[in-house]
Design a protein around this ligand. Structure first.
Ligand SMILES: [Zn+2]
Ligand SMILES: [Zn+2]
Length: 359
């Protein structure tokens, strides 16, 4: 099969022929139909996070089951599925207390089994247990969820990471209350999804913050009630003025330590800041310690605190009802060979979401 090979940080990806093993035990082979291009992959290409090469990146995909291992009884060839990097064991303390996204022992292949993926005789590292920039994925059955087949798979793909991460941060991690006041820093795929999560939760005021006017415009189409362009005004001052003192919930969806601090500084007393973005490893976020006396809280959010086998079908129903907008989030559709260009456009802030299509 064809796949985009990652050769290490700061190097372009190349399209290569990769061998994929047959599914064993609890594994499933999925033919990828659509694969979203997520900013998290770019962090590895840019060297802000480490991942060993050779590897296939990509972790936001939807497709159709092609083959299943001998112990799989909940999927069959032809099923439409969404993949999720929150593969879980179902047996650890986190899984047994309903926090499968924090699973402490994600299921991997036995050491003596053949590698799932091989290229030129070398084992290929499987990114996020998925490797979705490829024509097929070989994954554990606890890394996919079956979905209704009347949902177009390019829109389903977005639910695999960006939508689940943003909507879930609002609904699951922060538990935004109806009538509350919210600010979202960063209006890429995840930020736009956090805005939609806040809207679905019933927030009465949703302030979108970004440095690109075209992204703020998309944010308004998806539920933002107010905007701040952080390139022309200080977002903390603007938010405090607009809200008469600060917001109940703020979200950081970029991965910048400065934006994380601003997110916290934008809170009113008792408010909660939720950091979704991937802040580069080793960087410290600085906060004014005295403000903790006002019961301001700051927390991380991982993949929208999802229970994805339950959450993703719900998000699809929201889409079918018109409450979750996905069509507006796809800026353009590309091919596997266009991946380097997709990363360039993402870095330049030109796009919300780009989706690779496999025909
Ligand atoms: Zn992602
Ligand atoms: Zn577990």
């Amino acid at each position: 099969m064809k796949a985009a090979m990652f050769h290490g940080a700061h190097q372009p990806l190349t399209t290569e022929d990769v061998e994929i093993d047959k599914p064993i035990d609890h594994e499933v082979v999925v033919r990828v139909v659509a694969s979203g291009v997520c900013h998290s992959d770019l962090h590895f290409v840019d060297g802000f996070y480490d991942f060993p090469a050779p590897a296939i990146l990509g972790h936001e995909a939807a497709g159709i089951v092609e083959d299943v291992g001998s112990l799989v009884d909940d999927f069959a060839p032809g099923d439409h599925v969404i993949a999720c990097l929150s593969v879980f064991c179902g047996r650890c303390e986190y899984c047994l207390t309903g926090r499968t996204h924090l699973c402490a022992s994600r299921p991997v292949r036995a050491k003596d089994a053949a590698p799932r993926l091989r290229w030129q005789g070398l084992p290929v590292n499987q990114f996020a247990n998925l490797s979705a920039y490829a024509e097929k994925m070989l994954v554990h059955s606890n890394a996919i969820v079956k979905v209704r087949d009347d949902l177009p798979l390019d829109r389903a793909a977005l639910i695999g990471c960006g939508v689940t991460t943003g909507v879930g941060a609002a609904l699951n991690t922060a538990r935004v209350e109806p009538g509350s006041v919210v600010a979202v820093f960063g209006c890429g795929g995840v930020g736009l999804s956090a805005i939609q999560g806040a809207r679905i939760a019933g927030a009465r005021m949703i302030i979108a913050v970004d440095v690109h006017d075209h992204k703020l415009q998309t944010a308004c189409e998806l539920g933002a009630t107010h905007t701040v362009n952080a390139s022309s005004s200080d977002p903390v001052t603007s938010i405090r003025e607009m809200t008469n003192g600060g917001v109940d919930y703020s979200f950081e969806a970029i991965g910048l330590k400065r934006a994380a601090a601003q997110c916290f500084e934008s809170l009113r007393a008792g408010g909660t800041a939720t950091i979704i973005g991937m802040i580069p490893m080793g960087q410290k976020v600085e906060l004014d310690g005295s403000t903790f006396l006002r019961e301001k809280k700051i927390q991380g959010s991982s993949m929208g605190s999802n229970r994805f086998k339950v959450d993703m079908p719900k998000y699809i129903d929201f889409y079918m009802q018109g409450r979750l907008k996905l069509d507006e989030m796809i800026t353009r559709r590309l091919q596997l060979d266009d991946l380097n260009e997709a990363f360039r456009a993402m870095k330049a802030g030109e796009v919300a979401r780009q989706v690779l299509m496999f025909d």
